[in-house]
Design a protein around this ligand. Sequence first.
Ligand code: NAD
Length: 281
Amino acid sequence: MAKLLEGKPLAEKIKEDIRGQVSSLKNKPVLASIMVGENAGAASYVKSQAKTAEGLGIEYRLQALPQDTSEAALLELIRKLNSDNSVNGIIIQMPLPASIDYKKISAFIDPDKDIEGMHPANIGKLLFGKAKLIPCTAASAMELINFSGIDLYGKEAVVVGHSEIVGKPLALLLLDKFATVTVCHIGTSKAGKLEEHVKNAEVLVVAVGRAGLIKGEWVKEGAVVIDVGINRVADKIVGDVEFEAAEKRAAYITPVPGGVGPLTVTMLMRNLVEAAKSQQL
Ligand code: NAD
């Protein structure tokens, strides 16, 4: 039976380290958070970010803008935050109104304040293995893999899902540790090859958003399984991997909920403190 890779205890450990770093900074670090319009999901993320920030000695400055905010007005706000020396990091809450282009907005954030790690300059650094601001969900998955104690060197790692926020950055992080990385996606499934790749995985990370996509019997004996997926099925939250069958075969597996999810806000705060440290040099 697999050991559970739980996010909460790991988040607590990382938070202790963050608190230590915050206390050695000259100024209290400041995170500027921008929310446009009203959305229950975004409001709940904001609440959880504000609470986590407070517990770490980080100032959380929320800018809540009306739904009809124009792209130009949002760019102007970011320009101000970019040049405000008291602000160390900026996060844009999703979703944005359809009239606003997220890619344009996120590329306008000063890369040194881009604590979501999604600015092209930071993605470029990730490619060179030099990133300090790493996309939070990918960073969470890496933390959980490291927590399992597995040495990634030469291991078969399979990432299912190739989104810009999870699959692609994670593939780069795994490559950086000399894992042999296979990235699967919708095309892999359509070609009927998903099972064959998954069966090879000594480390399996799934970030798709389809309950039960990964059959328990596909999981290799002794694998480390990180399930990033979040799906609501009959009022329950489940991942993308058939958990009960998979946990009988894996050595380590993340529960859903309770695996990757609880770590992501902590990773955001870790990025903020990284940003503050390099800005206060
Ligand atoms: P996305 O929609 O941007 O990307 C989905 C990926 O899955 C794509 O690469 C697509 O090609 C692939 N895919 C779709 N159907 C497939 C199939 N049948 N077989 C193989 N691959 C298939 O999604 P995302 O934003 O990367 O999110 C993925 C999942 O992770 C979602 O469930 C999301 O809710 C969850 N998520 C969780 C956290 C967290 O904190 N735990 C954070 C971000 C995303």
